[in-house]
Design a protein around this ligand. Structure first.
Ligand code: Q9C
Ligand code: ZN
Length: 693
């Protein structure tokens, strides 16, 4: 058979495949722990499609397990074996341990079946659409796929479902006449796995639009930047549209469609479109921080229907707000069913950053897609970046920053005293990527690795990254509110500059960026100060300070706030939670490779007031609190989680007064900070230590 004919006979209603299968709900967290990627996601979508009467208008499809030989076009034999065996009895005792070796992965007894069904389902619907038996199709699958790499599961993904289906069409079914595939990945995260699979393959045009946040948004790799355009024969066939921050709306996505994706799709002229359809850029999503509306998704999808004779296969990826994903998918299904739709969401303006990103992407790709050479309209009304992005001219090179200790201290009057602030207040219009420092495209020989057990793929660590989370977060400022020994500035500076001061028995490692705080300021907060734990390596016997994360307006505790970069805040968090290790071999310090608090965490802590950091959930200071804002910047502190407070209350964890040296440090902080005199300070500390929780 030659290339398939028109997918839908003229005038006939589109045949839309809808694949739903309860068996893909078997993959769940091992002990029923809460997790955003949970079985309810599929059920919520299914319920909505039923309730709206759209499911019954679709062609009902059932899942099929993928054959291993098809999965093997994308994954190594080791990886396939792992996913095949992970749910077996023999794995019971080490399943959780194995999961912890990977990045953001859990397994249970149902994972294996779900993973094989997810991959097989996308193959199944892609085949039917490619063959013209269906006009288009939706595969409601989980676990998702686009983060899964050649040899490892990652980011809630076990097998790369979409990549497997693409290879199936190209390699196993020449009879279907699919020679060119467009993969559109609108999940809010970069499709790192899919990008790598087809990086040098011109038959597959991979387009991903995602939050990048200068490299600080998951998966926090530089290869999500617009500079990664493919290599070898695939050069020009990999397109990343990397947002600089959250809050992107329909308008931003439509702009990326109109000015990047659609002109390229027109020129590429795909035979089929595979849509990595995550809905975590939807309004209300807890991870994405963007705000695409259901109408927005419907519009983006409508615009794609003009290509490949409308042959579109949607495969679910992320999306974690049950209502949002159900509504969005419902709107998309109606589009595929051919229902008329008018865009009714409030009209927004794209961000200025969006326009800049689109221009960068076009510049990068115009050599391959001449249609991108035209000039963008310059009269489009744009809005400025969300306020949490505080761009500064410098990321803290000493020369720009006056020594704050030279500046006069002011005396506290009321609740809030600004002592020194905004030493550096010179704003630039926006963070600008330094073009000269952008990653060079990889033409070097080590950028491609032949592997014994699989196809040739670009290796993971080939880039010398200009986009590290450190460089990104060094441009964002926060107020770190200290309530313990850090109130004494010389002691806090140990966390920045390294070393130790009077009373400390061990030295601090210091932060990567050793520039001093840009401001210092005192405040009182309606949280209870208490002393818990019985001893610490640094201060010896006695409790250390915590703030009860609960607000209680009868409480008034002093906090000394330091204006530091978000990079430094992460370094302080690392040190408070003992995550920095001295690699005595070469004297190099090792701290975690990704930040605990990036821009998206700032957003979520700002709206939820507290964020218990899952990766360090058992550490003492694993809870980040948002105490308010000062000159537009968030005030953050770190304390114990509420669960620890409960344990302190019940006696399961000890409460203990601070040691002599520790409380002397607190008192020095309050006195030198001009908040209290020596007597008042001593009373403040001893009464906090004496009160029961
Ligand atoms: N701070 C998909 O949407 N988050 N995967 C890790 C680190 C992992 C998302 C958080 C997000 C994975 C398919
Ligand atoms: Zn995602």
């Amino acid at each position: 058979m030659a290339a398939a004919g028109a997918a839908t006979p003229v005038g006939a209603a589109p045949r839309v495949g809808l694949l739903y299968d309860d068996r893909m709900c078997a993959h769940a967290t091992p002990d029923g722990e809460k997790h955003p990627e949970n079985p309810e996601r599929l059920r919520a979508i299914r319920r909505k499609l039923d309730a709206e009467g759209v499911a019954s208008r679709c062609v009902d499809m059932k899942a099929k397990e993928a054959k291993e030989k098809y999965i093997a076009s994308v994954h190594t034999p080791n990886h396939i074996k792992l996913i095949r065996d992970i749910s077996s009895k023999e794995y019971d005792y080490r399943r959780n341990k194995t999961a912890r070796k990977f990045n953001s992965i859990y397994f249970n007894e149902g994972s294996s079946e779900s993973a094989f069904l997810a991959a097989g389902s996308v193959i199944e619907v892609a085949e039917k659409v490619a063959a013209g038996e269906l006009s288009s199709a939706i595969a409601l699958v989980r676990p998702p796929g686009h983060h899964a790499e050649h040899n490892e599961p990652m980011g809630f993904c076990l097998f790369n479902n979409v990549a497997i289906a693409a290879n199936y069409l190209l390699n196993e079914r020449p009879d279907l006449g699919i020679n060119k595939i467009l993969i559109v990945d609108w999940d809010v995260h970069h499709g790192n796995g899919t990008q790598k699979m087809f990086y040098s393959d011109p038959r597959v045009l991979f387009f991903s639009v995602h939050r990048f946040d200068y490299g600080s948004f998951y998966p926090c790799e530089g290869d999500a930047s617009h500079c990664f355009i493919g290599e070898g024969a695939g050069e020009g066939y990999n397109i990343n549209v990397p947002w600089e921050h959250g809050k992107c709306s329909d308008a931003d996505y439509v702009a990326a469609w109109d000015h990047v994706l659609l002109p390229i799709a027109e020129a590429f002229d795909p035979d089929i479109i595979l849509l990595s359809a995550g809905f975590d850029a939807a309004m209300g999503d807890p991870l994405g921080g963007c705000c695409i509306t259901p109408d927005g998704y419907a519009l983006l999808l409508t615009k794609l229907l003009g290509f490949a004779k409308g042959r579109i296969v949607m495969a679910l990826e992320g999306g974690y707000n049950l209502k949002s994903i159900a509504n969005s998918l419902c709107a998309c299904t109606k589009v595929l069913l051919g229902d008329n739709f008018t865009y009714n969401s409030p009209r927004m303006q794209p961000f200025e950053s969006t326009w800049r990103v689109i221009q960068m992407v076009r510049d990068e790709l115009k050599a391959y897609w001449p249609v991108l050479s035209s000039k963008l309209p310059d009269n489009v009304p744009l809005r400025s970046a969300p306020s949490y992005i505080e761009p500064y001219a410098s990321s803290g090179s000493e020369s720009d920053v006056e020594d704050v200790s030279e500046l006069p201290d002011a005396i506290s009057s009321v609740n809030v005293t600004q002592v020194v602030d905004d030493v550096l207040s010179k704003h630039i219009t926006m963070l600008k990527l330094d073009e000269d420092n952008l990653a060079t495209k990889n033409t070097s020989s080590d950028s491609v690795q032949a592997q014994d057990d699989g196809p040739v793929v670009a290796s993971t660590r080939i880039y010398d990254l200009p986009f590290t989370w450190r460089s990104a977060l060094s441009k964002v400022y926060v107020w770190y509110a200290s309530f313990g020994s850090n109130m004494w500035k010389p002691r806090f500076l140990c966390y920045i500059e390294g070393g130790k001061v009077d009373g400390m028995s061990i030295s601090c490692f210091g932060s990567h960026d050793t520039s001093p705080p840009r401001g210092t300021m005192w405040k009182t907060v309606p949280h209870r100060l208490f002393f818990g734990r019985s001893s610490t390596p640094c201060w010896g016997t006695g409790g250390v300070a915590f703030l009860n994360p609960e607000i209680n307006y009868n409480d008034e505790s002093y906090v000394c706030m330091y204006k530091i970069t978000l990079e430094q805040f992460n370094d302080v968090l690392f040190q408070e939670n003992r995550l920095v290790k001295d690699n005595s071999e070469d004297g190099k310090l090792e701290s975690p490779s990704s930040p605990l608090i990036g821009l998206s965490e700032i957003e979520s802590v700002s709206s939820n007031k507290a964020l218990h950091l899952e990766p360090i959930k058992d550490s003492w200071y694993s809870n980040v609190l948002h105490l308010g804002e000062e000159d537009g910047l968030p005030i953050l502190t770190m304390t114990c989680p509420s669960t620890a407070v409960a344990q302190h209350k019940s006696g399961e964890l000890p409460l203990a007064p601070p040691s002599e040296t520790y409380s002397a440090t607190l008192i020095k902080g309050l006195v030198e900070g001009k908040q209290l005199d020596a007597n008042e300070a001593a009373n403040y500390i001893s009464s906090a230590a004496a009160r029961s929780l």
